[in-house]
Design a protein around this ligand. Sequence first.
Ligand code: NAP
Length: 285
Amino acid sequence: MTAQLIDGNALSRELRAQVAQRSTALKERGVTPGLAVIQVGENPASQVYVRNKVKACADAGLHSVLEHYPADLSEAALLERIAALNADASIHGILVQLPVPAHIDAQKVIAAIAPAKDVDGFHVVSAGALMTGMPGFLPCTPYGCMKMLESIGYELRGKHAVVIGRSNIVGKPMALLLLQKNATVTVCHSATRDLKAFTLQADVIVAAVGKRNVLTADMVKPGAVVLDVGMNRNDEGKLCGDVDFAGVKDVAGFITPVPGGVGPMTITMLLVNTLEAAERAASLK
Ligand code: NAP
C-alpha cells in the first residue's frame, strides 16, 4: 500500500470530543443540545443508521429523541409532528431518516423542517445558502469529506477535483464545497462518457455512486486523493465502497476506507450541526 489512510474513525473521535466539550459549555449556560430523529417504517438499513445517530448523540452528551412510526403513518400526521418539533425549544435539530414510505412526499417533509433546525442540510434554504456562500447547515456527508481533506492539510486551490455522482445530498453539495475552496470541479454522472478520461486528470476524486468498483486503479492518477462515499455490499455481504480499495490504494496518495471512512464522519458532522444549531439558539435567547 502506498496511499496514506484517512481514518474517519480517528478523526471522528477527535471532532466528537470537541463537540462533547462545547456541549458541556452550553449546558453550563442552561441549554442542552437536542436532536429529534424520526423514522417511518421498518427499513433495516435506516434502523441501523438511526440507532448509530442516537448512540453518537448520547456518547457526545447531546440529548436525542427517537420517534419511530409505523410505515402507514400518514403524510399529514408526519407534518404535524414536524411542526410540533419546530416549536419545541428543547429540540435544536430535526432529522427525518430517508427514504420515507412511497405515500409520503420526501420533499414536502424536508420543506416542513424549520431551516434553523435543518441539521441534515437538505432544506432548500440550506441548499440555497450553500449555493450563494451564505451561512447555513451543510449536508453532513460532503461536510465530513471536507473535514477529511482539511485533516491532511490538503490545499484545494487550483486542483482538479472530480465528483462522481450528482445527488442533492452528496454529489452536488460536494461539488459546491470544493468550488468554494477554489478547486476546478468536474461533476460526472450516469450519462458521462468515458469516466476514466476525467478521473485520470483528477487530483481529488470523490466517488458517490452506490456501485462497487466504479473507480479502479487504472482510473486514478498516481498520488491522487480518493474519498469513497459509497456504501455497498460485496459478494460476502460485507460493507464496501464504490472504490476498488485493494487496487486503488497502491496508486493513490491518500484514500478513505469503507467501513471506517466517510460513514462515521457523516454522523460526526450531524453532531456538529446539532451543536451549532443549539449554540445559535442559545445566542438568540
Ligand atoms: P444517488 O442519489 O443514487 O446518486 C447516485 C449518483 O451516481 C447519481 O448522480 C448517478 O447519476 C450517479 N451514477 C450512477 N451510475 C453511475 C456510473 N456508472 N458512473 C457515474 N455516475 C453514476 O445516491 P447518493 O444518495 O448520492 O449516494 C451515493 C452512495 O453514497 C450510496 O452508496 C449511498 O449509500 C452512499 N452514501 C453514503 C453516506 C455515508 O455516510 N458514507 C451518506 C450518503 C450516501 P444520475 O444522476 O445520472 O442518475
